[in-house]
Design a protein around this ligand. Sequence first.
Ligand code: 5GP
Ligand code: MN
Length: 346
Amino acid sequence: MLTKIIAQSKIDHFAKWFDRADHIVIVSHVSPDGDAIGSSLGLWHFLESQGKDAHVIVPNAFPDFLKWMPGSKDILLYDRYTEFADKLIARADVICCLDFNALSRIDKLAPSVEAAQGRKILIDHHLNPDDFCRITISHPEISSTSELVFRLICRMGYFEDLSKEAAECIYTGMMTDTGGFTYNSNNQEIYFIISELLSKGIDKDAIYRKVYNTYSESRMRLMGYILYSKLRVYKDCNAAMISLSAEEQSRFDYIKGDSEGFVNIPLSIKNVRLSCFLREDTEKAMIKVSLRSVGDFPCNKLAAEFFNGGGHLNASGGEFWGTMQDAERLFETALEKYKPLLAAKK
Ligand code: 5GP
Ligand code: MN
């Protein structure tokens, strides 16, 4: 049995909307990750199974390693199908906002969602959600939005109707937001849910391979290059940093998603508790900052204070406008500030 973490009043409220709704739109954050796509498609499969006209809309493209997911071909990319997506959003009876806590996280989609008359529900696990939905289901203690979607569907009494396809998507989101159940994954109930998903016939081992073992040769070589030539380890701060310039990306035929997960690699070095990955984003003319930590070091605080960002305690990010060298220096300045906390014996 699962703990009833979502308030009954919210379940009842959503169930009422759900009964009356014909057209439902699901939106998720910019540069969607496994949990954004997994939770959205998990919910989408369920809604479709209940005869709803449902659509998933995300601001921009998602990585190739998620394209095997059932239903992924039906996802609308807002930057490509803006007009059609705007129509769907405007006529939706219900808009489900998944895996983000502020409208700014859905980028160019934000104005349409904000202006829409449909009833809005937030299902998310990021800290401090903004108040832009009538129902806010926000649980930062839960490691993925996909898990919340599973819990919502079950609490509404539809576990039996959950298809294998929905289960595959939900599992993918739970797996990717916990690094294959290696962090934020000590809650026993995660494994109860996995067992329930397995009962739907999913092949969790195959899902792991489809997500994680699909590297291109160039990504593998890029990984070798950054680890050999670009990794900086700050021993006295128990921290590490990797940067990747636009020139280096083109040298290794970089395509979107090629650096996915790079930020986690330095955490396998003994004692490293904070890792930073800086990537020049030519599309947006800025430097994308990714941070990961282990234990109780709040990398979201560092992201907010130095890189206009935020996120979770152990996984956060931000943005920097300036040269790569300046971004690197700023990270080193941040390290100086947090040195006492980082250097403290664990
Ligand atoms: P990633 O490193 O995978 O891009 O992001 C990890 C997490 O950091 C995301 O799930 C999100 O919570 C947070 N994050 C990433 N970039 C930003 C950003 O620019 N602003 C804020 N507020 N959070 C971010
Ligand atoms: Mn998530």
